[in-house]
Design a protein around this ligand. Structure first.
Ligand code: ADP
Ligand code: MG
Length: 690
């Protein structure tokens, strides 16, 4: 996740020379320079990667006699009449052109200056929609281009014409003129190929300058396609190379190799009340194999909530202990840290491992004792929140760092723990299944282990979409479940910008249900504004079954484990992302009784309906994640706070994924032949990916 910040600054620079600001270009004054700056373009070299949003085919001239009304056409002809006409309060400029088959007219409103540009006998190309107006063929405000009859290289029409994305202060025509001039006169200075000739040859790529030129002013749609291929490849190739080189740097550091004997695992599992799943065994082999190397591990373990990641992590900590090393288990919140402390104590019972907890609430003598024991080696596993990152926390021999829900931590915080010699092995864990393509780009500098299989005995969760008019039926169902001794969640969305209202909605709903439809049933309410202790008290009561129904804003997303809860109601389901809904749903279906999830929504928007439908049909987190990525794109998928989405000039993850594979393979091959990119041919690549 570390690459986002530097990706943005580095990938846009392509110019080997000192940058030339855009304001030195002809046609760019201070105003336009400002406008460019707003969209991130300061230097001429940035302009090359400011690509058209789409293209219009204005390359074929239609004969006037062949024009079909309503069609978008490009015509070429000689002006036979051009005049300014007053029309009510408007100034109308009217022009007639002629080709060898007929006459055609065009009008512009309030552009009297055209009189000075378009004269009789001017040769002109116009593009636009053909209309029939009072029995004459005409275009309103067409795109036009005056041509020298011998000119072969028009800008606005008579070609496949680029349509650029605009912003205030930028106009299509003048922008196109600027781009044309830049592509013609600045290319050699700004765009130089960095891709080794052997790769270009093998993949039949056009050179970079050609590709960039074709993307702006394509000679044909075939050339455009070739150009796109080349740049999509480059996006993935550069990212892949950057990530692989980063991993290479880590792998060159020294770590303590953990000896791994098969009986360690047997011994460990013998005490557990369950058998490991196949996937758990597989990932244990992968992770332990990785940690047996003298190079540090950097690995992501992904698996849905409840898939049994914690047990895997606990085993790795036992392995660390066998190798005289301490471990730290970093957890994003205090509630969770305490829960993990409990779990770890349970899992590690009967082993020699000593586990301790360190959070901001642990103070005074207790804290002093923990710190002392940690420094002297009396503690093997430290479970904790950000509190473990403080300087006063000293380890005797830290060999393994495990981070749960790693996206809640910054990269800096992570490196703080890792910056020691020898470097600890790093295992990060995530319960958000991440689609493979996205994983390769965002976690490209990590090895990935995946648990797909849930432990046996988990009940499938039935998921139903309902609207709020069905509430009374729903309440009857809940009452019946509670009467059978089961429990339920009712979840409200919590959106940053509207926290107050959302909170109010949850509180009001709590009051209404408590005094109305769910009267006489013990109900609890938790939300983000509640103090830590209050929240913990309510959660605890719910876990113990004293509270039967827990109303909550999305805080439970990361929270409690209560196998007795069998009903999940998600209000305003349309406001949640797919993966998020899936994760919330994962709070039920943990016991032996069947569970139901109700997605309540009155929303009719198509994408909302689609999301909800996918959820009612699938329970596979990875499948859902793929769909989510398709629907929302990588930025939204990962969430705003998680800025690890790589910046691509042109590539699109879902659409172009076959190129991702090819590009990664090429990057890998290149590093195999020249690990440090020392060959002179690789110098530019080295700079760009270092
Ligand atoms: P995760 O961290 O992936 O959300 P946990 O490791 O907390 O999942 O496991 C969830 C629950 O399942 C825990 O109560 C754990 O003891 C239990 N569990 C883990 N592995 C297995 C298994 N192989 N069989 C049965 N139960 C398991
Ligand atoms: Mg967990």
């Amino acid at each position: 996740m570390d690459l986002a910040s530097d990706m943005h600054t580095k990938t846009t620079e392509t110019a080997p020379q000192s940058p030339k600001p855009v304001r030195y270009l002809k046609g760019v004054g201070p105003r336009k320079a400002e406008a460019f700056k707003r969209i991130g373009i300061e230097n001429v070299s940035d302009l090359f990667y400011f690509f058209p949003r789409r293209y219009e085919d204005r390359s074929h001239f239609v004969k006037i006699s062949d024009v079909k009304i309503g069609a978008f056409v490009t015509l070429q002809g000689k002006v036979v009449s051009a005049q300014l006409k007053p029309l009510k309060r408007l100034k109308l400029f009217e022009m007639w052109i002629q080709d060898d088959t007929g006459l055609f007219s065009a009008i512009w409103f309030n552009q009297p200056y055209l009189k000075r540009i378009i004269h009789e006998n001017t040769h002109i190309i116009i593009s636009g929609k053909a209309e029939l107006y009072q029995n004459r063929l005409q275009m309103t405000q067409p795109e036009y281009e005056i041509i020298d009859i011998d000119e072969e290289n028009p800008v606005h029409t008579g070609r496949i014409t680029p349509i650029y994305p605009l912003t205030e202060g930028l106009f299509q025509r003048s922008l196109r003129v600027i781009m044309k001039s830049v592509v013609e006169h600045e290319m050699d200075k700004c765009v130089q190929d960095y891709l080794p000739a052997s790769i270009q040859k093998r993949l039949h790529f056009m050179g970079l300058p050609t590709a960039v030129r074709q993307l702006h002013f394509p000679e044909s749609f075939e050339m455009l396609e070739e150009a796109r291929k080349r740049l999509i490849f480059d996006d993935f190739f550069l990212l892949g190379l950057r990530l692989m080189r980063k991993q290479q740097t880590v792998k060159r550091k020294k770590a303590i190799p953990f000896q791994y004997a098969a009986d360690t695992l047997k011994e460990f599992t013998a005490r557990l009340p369950f058998q490991l799943t196949k996937d758990q065994e597989t990932v244990i082999r992968e992770i332990a194999g990785d940690m047996s190397q003298p190079a540090p591990m950097t690995r992501l373990l992904q698996g849905e909530v409840g898939s049994g990641k914690t047990v895997v992590a606990a085993f790795m900590m036992a392995l660390a202990k066998r190798n005289q090393c301490q471990s730290v288990f970093l957890i994003p919140t205090e509630v969770l840290a305490e829960q993990h402390m409990e779990t770890m104590t349970k899992i590690l019972k009967g082993t020699a491992l000593k586990v301790a907890l360190l959070t901001a609430s642990i103070t005074g003598e207790e804290r002093v004792r923990v710190l002392e024991q940690l420094a002297s080696g009396g503690i093997d596993v430290l479970v904790g929140t950000h509190a473990v990152l403080q300087e006063t926390v000293q380890f005797k021999n830290l060999g393994l760092v495990v981070i749960d829900e790693q996206h809640k931590f910054g990269v800096k915080q992570r490196s703080q723990l890792l910056a020691r010699v020898p470097r600890p092995h790093l295992l990060i864990m995530s319960a958000t299944p991440i689609p493979r393509t996205l994983g390769l780009t965002v976690y490209g500098d990590f090895d990935i282990s995946t648990i797909r299989e849930l432990p046996k005995g988990r009940q499938p969760i039935k998921t139903v979409s309902i609207s709020s008019v069905d509430e009374s039926k729903l309440m009857t169902t809940i009452r019946a479940k509670v009467a059978q001794g089961e429990q339920a969640y009712i979840i409200f969305p919590m959106i940053e910008e509207n926290q107050k209202n959302e909170l109010q909605a949850a509180v009001q709903e709590y009051d209404r249900l408590k005094n109305g439809p769910l009267k006489s049933i013990p109900i609890g309410l938790v939300h983000g504004r509640l103090g830590y202790e209050d929240r913990e008290r309510v959660m605890e009561s719910f876990r113990k079954g004293l509270i039967k129904i827990l109303i909550a804003t999305t805080v439970v997303e990361v929270g409690v484990d209560n196998p007795n809860a069998t009903v999940m109601v998600i209000k305003h389901a349309e406001r949640f992302g797919l993966s998020q809904l899936h994760q919330i749903r994962g709070r039920i279906g943990r016991g032996v009784k069947p569970s139901v999830c109700y997605l309540v929504s009155d929303h009719q928007a198509e994408d909302a309906l689609k999301r909800i439908k996918i959820l009612t049909q699938s329970q596979d987190g990875f499948e859902i994640a793929e769909e989510d990525l398709k629907l929302r794109g990588p930025g939204e998928f990962l969430g705003v706070r998680q800025s690890g989405v790589p910046f691509f000039k042109i590539a699109h993850l879902s659409r172009d994924h076959e190129w991702l594979k090819i590009a990664r393979q090429e990057a890998k091959n290149l590093l195999q032949t020249d690990p440090d990119l020392n060959a002179s041919e690789h110098q530019r690549l080295k700079e760009m990916t270092g």
